[in-house]
Ligand binder design. Sequence first.
Ligand code: NAI
Ligand code: MG
Length: 354
Amino acid sequence: VPQRDYRIASIPGDGIGVDVVAEARKVLDRAAARYGFGLEWTEFDWSCERYSRTGTMMPEDGIERLSVFDAIFLGAVGFPGVPDHVSLWGLLIPVRRAFAQYVNLRPVRLLPGTSSVLKDRTAEELDMVIVRENSEGEYSELGGRHGSGHPGEFALQESVFTRVGVERIIRYAFELAGTRSGRLVSATKSNGIIHTMPFWDEIFAEVAADYPEVGAEQCHIDALAARMVQHPDRIDVVVGSNLFGDILSDLAAAITGGLGMAPSGNINPPGEYPSMFEAVHGSAPDIAGKGIANPVAQILAGAMMLEHLGEHAAARAVSGAVETALAAGEAATPDFGGHATTTESGTAIAEAVG
Ligand code: NAI
Ligand code: MG
């Protein structure tokens, strides 16, 4: 059997991104050793700190340099002193767009020991994936502000929904639902948003016709948010636009264990470009440098990366180790009601990998 080696670009970024990436690498290296493959890490210091020194978040050829890797492992970017739109549009969004990472995958599952309002549910009942459109929609640069300082001042922001963009995200979600419960719900709001959302719904119905074995349903985003809290067992795979998917996935994270537990993948489904894996949370400047950041979200993002690379057994071992270490009370950081430091949590999970 030839040795399997994967080249991974690691961008720890800012704040707690640096701490949680270090712990995640520890866990992933352990899984690699146990399952007989190699992770070859190359670290990039692209961050707000670099921006303060050089005036850019990443070098001019940054995208080109990342293009040779099998995957990208990102901490978080953003720090006080650098405006958030600079850090976001200077690194994260260019990578997502240049590498056509049009799927943002955000799985959540109830974790042992959570103090969530839904802690009495079981992990089987509360186990879902939000499939968020990641390349267009409401997050567009089209629009502007007019009449600054006048009583009639206004701001206009346009959404962009293309047939290609909507169809491919919906198709991805149908495929995924087919490998899980066979149930898919589409987040819409075609009663209030009367151009883009009916277009989204039409394409959803067209694609649904190709997947008769999947139970497809659409639901207005407000009602869906309520259902997620009241009847999470009736939800498995959710597909939503860029904005709806963003909001629903933070809600889903909050009801399963909090932001410190929620991973995500920015996926280029055809595999023409590297995909990027990160925690849903940001750089948390309020706790940066205190050694108490929860590394679980980043570690679970690592499990998603292993899954994407085809290392399914190792991926399962990592997510299993998270559950084991949390259930044993060894991995819970203060945000999760425990006393572990970032390093203690990472070490306990690495040991649970075996
Ligand atoms: P945030 O996710 O960094 O923090 C929100 C709250 O959750 C804070 O109270 C924080 O302490 C807590 N928290 C987050 N992750 C945690 C963890 N692993 N363990 C324990 N507690 C945790 O969001 P916020 O404060 O809105 O943004 C901070 C910075 O991060 C901003 O500059 C923002 O632009 C950036 N950001 C970057 C993202 C990325 O790189 N993908 C995503 C979200 C925000
Ligand atoms: Mg968000």
